[in-house]
Design a protein around this ligand. Structure first.
Ligand SMILES: [Zn+2]
Length: 292
């Protein structure tokens, strides 16, 4: 199927304003979503993007669910780790840093004022430090050689009072201290999926829909938690999925993220006259399809 679902109406489905509409990813692009629809105004789109969607991307349970699928999802896993906090020990000193956009951990200083530098950037940084301290070209080359040939885990003295240490054991571990996944994310996905199923009827002023829109606009985590329930699945495929499960008696949706995380969203006082509808995105090959 096409990545973009066509939308005829000119109004934002959340705040109902007639501001120019923008392309919205139903499942956030940051977690691998590809299905889009032009039905959110710029303000709503960017508020969600910098709000609960941004924190959801770093949610530990989401990253763990992605990791369960092993290297087949390596690229997506790496993207999810950008901005995540990792802890690393150097002897008795610990550091806590965030994964860079370009991957890997950054340069940072420890409490003892020493600088921790990624191995592949160490030479360039050393050269510029020695340069700044007025070390001659000849001494500089010698210093670099002394560092390169020097023993691991020991203090090596270079020129101009600079001392270095080539750390050998310094495993980095994710802290998983980020916020848990927001229930607003599942509610947003369910509401947008409802719009795709029922078209312009999503603009109706029914109490149930008004309530969902209010929760989304206010990003009211507490109210969202009242209508979103969370489950987890042990054995699961590498998919994202959204399903309309029917009216029980209110419209019920199930959201699956990385197969393992499952959320059931029940929208009070709202029903859709249609059969069960299921959207599946295969994260291994990017194929996606809608079945009724
Ligand atoms: Zn809006």
């Amino acid at each position: 199927m096409n990545n973009e679902i066509l939308w005829q109406d000119k109004r934002c489905i959340v705040c109902l304003s007639e501001e120019s509409l923008t392309v919205e990813h139903i499942i956030p692009k940051s977690i691998g979503g590809v299905l889009t629809c032009r039905f959110l105004c710029k303000a709503c789109n960017s508020r969600f993007g910098s709000g609960f969607e941004a924190t959801a991307k770093l949610a530990p349970e989401l990253r763990i669910a992605a990791l369960k699928h092993g290297s087949v999802l390596a690229e997506l896993q790496n993207n999810l780790e950008v901005g995540a906090t990792y802890e690393q020990s150097f002897g008795n000193i610990k550091r806590s840093v965030k994964v860079r956009k370009s991957g890997g951990l950054p340069t940072s200083s420890l409490d003892d004022n020493s600088l921790i530098v990624p191995q592949n950037e160490a030479e360039g940084i050393l050269r510029s430090m020695l340069n700044k301290r007025g070390v001659t070209e000849c001494d500089l080359g010698e210093s670099i050689d002394r560092w390169k040939d020097g023993p691991i885990n020991q203090i090596i003295e270079l020129s101009a009072g600079i001392v270095v240490r080539k750390w050998q054991e310094h495993p980095a571990k994710p802290s998983f201290s980020e916020s848990a996944i927001s229930t607003l994310l599942s509610l947003k996905i369910a509401y947008e999926f409802a719009a795709i199923i029922c078209g312009s009827a999503i603009y109706a002023k029914e109490e149930g829909l008004q309530n969902v829109r209010k929760i989304l606009i206010e990003q009211d985590e507490e109210q969202a938690a009242n209508i979103v329930q969370r489950y987890s699945a042990d054995r699961a495929e590498a998919i994202h999925g959204i399903a309309f499960m029917g009216n029980k008696p209110s419209a019920q949706f199930q959201i699956r993220l990385f197969g393992h995380l499952a959320f059931v969203v029940t929208m009070p006082n709202f029903g859709i006259v249609t059969d069960e509808t299921v959207y599946t995105l295969d994260l291994k090959n990017g194929d996606h399809f809608l079945t009724r």
